[in-house]
Design a protein around this ligand. Sequence first.
Ligand SMILES: O=c1ccn([C@@H]2O[C@H](COP(=O)(O)O)[C@@H](O)[C@H]2O)c(=O)[nH]1
Length: 229
Amino acid sequence: MSQTPIIIACDFASRAELEIFLQPFGSEPLFLKIGMELYYKEGNSLVQELKERGYKVFLDLKLHDIPNTVAQALRSLAQLDVEYITVHATGGAAMLKAASEAVQGSKTKLLAVTVLTSISEESLQRDLGVVATLDETVMAYAKMAQDNGIDGVICSPHETAAIRAQAGTEFAIVTPGIRDVNDATDDQARVATPEWALEQGATELVIGRSITGSKQPLATYMNIKERIK
Ligand SMILES: O=c1ccn([C@@H]2O[C@H](COP(=O)(O)O)[C@@H](O)[C@H]2O)c(=O)[nH]1
């Protein structure tokens, strides 16, 4: 099994589109992130099939509700036996604790989304009314997540070194917002290269459109994989 830290964000509209993307990769062992778009269309059967075919799966559903609702949803989702599921840290301490208790006994690890990588500090403060800085906010959410039994966080590479120093080596830090220098940033506000994210202490890198939107997805994936190994 490959040890690459790359997780491919499979933001496709359907199973058919995903299959077209996967075809050139052959038997390459991949870690696939299935998000809302594909999960809402294809459901559990797609996740189960991908697992049966040997892919590692990260189910990025970003659960955010009252503690009981999130816990019940996770009791159901944990039966899928995926590697990671996401919850929003802004659900609060009680929700995070209920979530971590709900997956006890399964192999699934929970990641708390801190501040979405599409949000800038200006937007956080102006639009969401947060008084603290973006770094302070992400650090506080990461600590709340860890204190309540969550296995790791989603943050940008820019907050990663500080979280690594605060949370220690066992805490997972998974970073989207990964772009090569010449890539379009699209809707992401806080981006960095794969190399820099890993230098900061990221455990895994979520890479979507830089690979899935590439003219040669396999070549792009292999290029990044070689560069960071
Ligand atoms: O803060 C977050 C949390 C999750 N994501 C997800 O990661 C990928 C990124 O895709 P790109 O195409 O590489 O921008 C996408 O599936 C998001 O839902 C995130 O970007 N930021």
